[in-house]
Design a protein around this ligand. Structure first.
Ligand code: P61
Length: 459
């Protein structure tokens, strides 16, 4: 088989700035050892997120010029509405400025004290919106999904037995919806199988609970189904995506991922009464229902992005380029979540730095070192992002300590990825020299964005 190439040519480029190691040491210290607080221009390769960082196509830029900026009933809205409906088949589509705005509207209406929500794994903004409403969210990913070193095709699946026990415990009437995050971002970008979606649907039918998809990376999930699940090899990714959504009553989406745009999102749903309530809240918080916090040009770019994302040459390149990085790291002995996920490689900080306890944030230590070593910005997904405290103030760490190297869509070439592999391997080879960190400032919610740290003495 020949090399799988980037299925695009580059028309416009953006220079990146090189810094020295000494400069990066100063910059990181000034940022309180939190790369969220470093200026983007001081980053060489930015793997902080795949969200809103895609390179748009010439067709999307052309759409930006076509944007109809009418306050109500804009032509761009109808293109957007048709593009979302083609994939999701949902009755109502409500544009929002990004994914969490859709979550905020949905959970403000359905949540509240005494309500419980379940997912394979809620992403942090989703969980934050649930908790902000006064409700609680519970995660039921399958056991294999909690073991980075164990390989399985669908590690994002929901444990349906555990889900059923949970429903019986809390009472179906107290559970306004069940959610599947596809792919499962906090669990390594791992896909959910069609069979699992169907099984969760059956339970939802039995207990009359609606099923929602957190669909940010639906196309990557559909491509994994095509490659890994029997019976889907000859179906198109669009057909697979349509089937996935056919089992759901609604979906939230951050278009900043699999709609290949820099801003945008939506809430799609079938329930007319709920849709009316959501629209009314949208008008208060986001804007009129035909733009919902976006410009007409953004709606055009999303409509075009949704056409491009299901292109199978694109998805083959996308999934392969992430896997390529994963293979290089595995070959050098670097512990990662296996197999590689759809949008990112996740380093397993527990095995990378077994000598640093969760209270000293091993994944944050790796994040800092990647920046110092090679100007690479990654994100901690571990005790900084998800850690809680018990009543005595002791850290309750999450099950995994991870560093995510998220790959922006259509942005970096193979040599950028080769460089990333070299830097990670270099840091791994001198892992004994990495320090732990002390948390010196934290906000009460989503603390990882603004947290500050101090370096502890070298081990
Ligand atoms: C990310 F550090 N993800 O992965 P919004 N659901 C899912 C997401 O992945 C997601 C949203 C909902 C981001 C951006 C991000 O603490 C963080 O459009 C599965 O960002 O509102 C976003 O979509 C929310 C990074 C978000 C973070 C929060 O990088």
């Amino acid at each position: 088989m020949k090399t799988i190439i980037e299925p695009f040519k580059i028309k416009s480029v953006e220079p990146i700035k090189f810094t020295t190691r000494e400069e990066r040491e100063v910059l990181l210290k000034e940022a309180g050892y939190n790369p969220f607080l470093i200026k983007a221009e001081d980053v060489l390769i930015d793997l902080l997120t795949d969200s809103g960082t895609s390179a748009m196509s010439a067709q999307q830029w052309a759409g930006i010029m076509l944007g109809d900026e009418a306050y109500a009933g804009s032509n761009s809205f109808y293109k957007f509405d048709a593009a979302v409906k083609k994939i999701t088949g949902m009755k109502t589509v409500i544009p929002t400025h990004q994914g969490r705005a859709a979550e905020k509207i949905l959970f403000s209406i359905l949540g509240g004290k005494g309500k419980y929500f379940a997912a394979n794994t809620f992403f942090d903004t989703t969980r934050a919106n649930i908790e902000f409403s006064g409700s609680e969210g519970f995660d039921f990913v399958v056991e294999v999904g909690k073991h980075p070193e164990q390989r399985a095709d669908f590690k994002g699946n929901m444990d349906v037995k555990a889900l059923e026990t949970f429903i019986n415990e809390k009472g179906a009437e107290n559970i306004p919806l069940i959610m599947l995050t596809i792919t499962n971002n906090s669990g390594g970008g791992q896909p959910v199988s069609m069979q699992n979606i169907r099984e969760v649907r059956e339970i939802c039918d039995d207990y009359e609970i609606p099923l929602y998809l957190d669909a940010c990376r639906f196309a990557e999930n559909a491509y994994f189904i095509k490659k890994r699940e029997k019976g889907y090899e000859n179906k198109s990714v669009l057909e697979i995506a349509q089937e996935m959504f056919s089992y759901a009553d609604g979906a939230t989406m951050s278009a900043k991922k699999d709609a290949l745009v820099n801003i945008g999102g939506f809430l799609a749903l079938n329930d007319d009464e709920l849709a009316m309530n959501c629209r009314n809240l949208l008008i208060v918080t986001e804007g009129f229902p035909t733009y919902g916090g976006l410009a007409g040009r953004d709606l055009e770019a999303i409509a075009q992005g949704l056409e491009e994302i299901v292109d199978e040459h694109y998805l083959q390149y996308r999934i392969r380029s992430v896997e390529y990085l994963g293979e290089k790291l595995i070959a050098a002995g670097v512990p990662i979540i296996e197999p590689p996920g759809g949008h990112a490689i996740y380093l397993d900080a527990k095995r990378f730095l077994p000598n640093i306890p969760p209270e000293e944030f091993p994944a944050q230590s790796i994040v800092c070192e990647l920046y110092i070593e090679g100007g690479i910005r990654a994100v901690e997904i571990g005790s900084v992002m998800f850690g809680k405290y018990d009543k005595d103030g002791y850290l309750i760490p999450p099950p995994m300590e991870l560093v995510r190297l998220a790959i922006p869509r259509r942005v970096y070439t193979q040599s950028h990825i080769d460089y990333v592999a070299e830097v990670v391997i270099e840091v791994y080879n001198r892992r004994q020299t990495l320090p732990g960190y002390l948390l010196t400032y934290e906000a009460p919610i989503l603390r990882h964005f603004t947290a500050r740290f101090e370096k502890l003495c070298n081990p």
